[in-house]
Design a protein around this ligand. Structure first.
Ligand code: NAP
Length: 358
């Protein structure tokens, strides 16, 4: 079979660090295995436009491997050209870069390595909340640029203790974020999700479910987004919803960039309506140099905690999603059942609730 992987370039770093498995250079560690089984393995980062390797090779690819970090966007149109495609594997978590409805129609399975980087992201969420609330970025900028003006930092720095923190989405990551917030003695922990957490889990973190989204955001000092991107969450955080946020709230989004309207969020940060926004996910990846989230700052010069998409691709996470991808391929080649938690789209039907109520 022909296996095509769309990965990001690691260049010098990947040559020096073999644990950067999710790179073009290190090929998810799959080449020896795939070739020993007689499969052809093509690995590339070239993914945009009709002349890209992605679009050229997809025509006769049997198995496509992609990652959310350098997403190969498999649109309905591209899928129509992919005559042999049977399986798409996301090396990581989040398969919104694949047109899932089209995959259902075309009986193309979509699998991901569920859970592989949920701790990595939950830790990033904690870091992002703290760096916004404590106004870390401008303080660090002073440190490295030779300045020292404590009042300019402290005037917009707060403690997390005593604040209300809510997660939009309380699945694997959202629940782990709530668990990690417990020792910070927040005023209250809230969550908004289609379904309640299991009673014991809810009790253990002491979180309260709020069933109306506007009511939820209006009660939070900090909102963290931990839901998948699908029709129900695309552009969910926009000008209208932002009006219901507490004035000066902080927003962290490590789920998917397109859940937020980029211009509306940037405007809210610039006006101070949001005190800050942090995250690693962008509506287009790689993000263009003039993306509004690169340059936005609040009126006091802080409030921007953006990074490239890396929270779920720590070296620890890469090992887990590379192993998980191999396991999915082995199960497929050996006709063994897949771990049900990894199946987003089975043959001709959705198998996961994680893409919302459908
Ligand atoms: P998960 O376990 O499937 O949890 C997602 C939760 O969000 C589920 O409980 C889901 O409920 C809920 N949800 C769906 N739509 C919602 C909506 N409109 N409002 C409120 N809740 C909603 O997934 P996860 O492992 O926690 O991952 C969550 C997302 O994080 C992934 O889909 C991915 O996009 C992102 N992620 C980012 C990175 C990174 O590197 N930045 C890495 C991993 C994951 P239902 O199950 O009922 O739909």
């Amino acid at each position: 079979m022909k296996v095509l992987a769309i990965l990001y370039n690691g260049f010098k770093a990947a040559k020096a660090e073999p644990r950067l498995l999710g790179t073009v250079e290190n090929e998810l560690g799959l080449r020896a295995y795939l070739e020993s089984q007689g499969h052809e393995y093509i690995v590339t980062s070239s993914k945009e436009g009709p002349d890209s390797d992605f679009q050229k090779h997809i025509a006769d690819t049997d198995i496509l491997i992609t990652t959310p970090f350098h997403p190969g966007y498999l649109t309905k149109e591209l899928m129509a050209k992919a005559k042999n495609l049977k399986v798409c594997v996301t090396a990581g978590v989040g398969s919104d870069h694949v047109d899932l409805n089209a995959a259902v129609d075309r009986k193309i399975q979509v699998l991901e390595v569920s859970g592989s980087n949920v701790v990595s992201v939950a830790e990033q969420v904690m870091m992002s909340i703290l760096l916004l609330v404590r106004n870390f970025v401008p303080a660090h900028e002073q440190a490295i640029s030779g300045q020292w003006q404590v009042s300019d930092i402290a005037r917009n720095a707060f403690d997390l203790e005593g604040k209300v923190v809510g997660t939009l989405g309380a699945g694997r990551i959202g629940h782990r974020v709530l668990q990690r917030l417990v020792p910070f003695n927040t005023k209250e922990l809230l969550y908004y999700d289609y379904k309640a957490l299991p009673e014991e889990a809810e009790k253990a973190v002491g979180a309260r479910r709020v069933e109306d989204l506007k009511e939820f955001v209006s009660q939070c000092d900090v909102v963290t987004v931990n839901a998948p991107l699908h029709e129900g969450t695309q552009g969910l955080i926009n000008k209208d919803l932002l009006q219901h946020f507490k004035p000066g709230a902080w927003l962290v989004n490590t789920a998917r960039g397109a859940i937020c309207n980029a211009d509306d969020v940037a405007a809210a940060v610039k006006s101070g309506q949001l005190r800050g926004y942090a995250g690693d996910v962008w509506n287009v990846q790689p993000a263009p140099a003039d993306h509004p989230w690169r340059s936005m700052r609040n009126p006091l010069g802080g409030g921007n905690g953006m990074t490239p998409h890396y929270s779920g691709t720590t070296l620890d996470a890469q090992q887990r999603y590379a192993e998980g991808t191999k396991k999915i391929l082995q199960n497929y080649f050996e006709n063994k059942p897949q771990d049900p938690g990894n199946v987003i789209v089975g043959v001709g039907k959705y198998e996961s609730a994680s893409y919302g109520q459908r």
